[in-house]
Design a protein. Structure first.
Length: 107
C-alpha cells in the first residue's frame, strides 16, 4: 500500500533525529571603561565602508552608461584611491604606526 505525500513527510519527520538548537550569546554591554565612541566605532565604520562602496558603484555605473571606456574608469579609480591612501601612508610611516607583518600576525 503506497503512502501519500503527507504520510511520507510525517514518517520522515518522526525518523529524523531532533536537531540541537545552537545558541550564540553576544555580549550586550561594552567593555569596562570603553567610551561611547569606542563602542560605536566598529558599527559606524562598517556603515561608512558600505556607503563608500555604494557611491563608488553608482558613480561607476553612471560613468560607464555615459560612454566612458572601462580601462579609463579603472585608471581614474586607481588614481583616486592613491590620492586617498597616500597621505595616510605618509603619516603612519612618519610617526611609526607601522605594523610589522610576520607569520604570527595571521594565526
Amino acid at each position: 500500500m503506497a503512502a501519500n505525500g503527507e504520510d511520507r513527510q510525517a514518517a520522515m519527520m518522526a525518523a529524523a533525529p531532533e536537531e540541537e538548537e545552537i545558541v550564540v550569546e553576544m555580549p550586550v554591554k561594552p567593555a569596562p571603561g570603553a567610551s561611547a565612541w569606542e563602542t560605536a566605532a566598529l558599527p559606524l565604520s562598517m556603515v561608512v565602508v558600505q556607503a563608500f562602496t555604494v557611491v563608488m558603484l553608482l558613480l561607476s555605473k553612471l560613468a560607464l552608461n555615459t560612454g566612458m571606456r572601462p580601462c579609463v574608469l579603472i585608471v581614474y579609480r586607481n588614481l583616486v584611491a592613491t590620492a586617498a591612501v597616500a597621505p595616510l601612508t605618509l603619516i603612519f610611516e612618519r610617526y611609526g604606526y607601522v605594523v610589522r607583518i610576520n607569520f604570527q600576525l595571521f594565526f
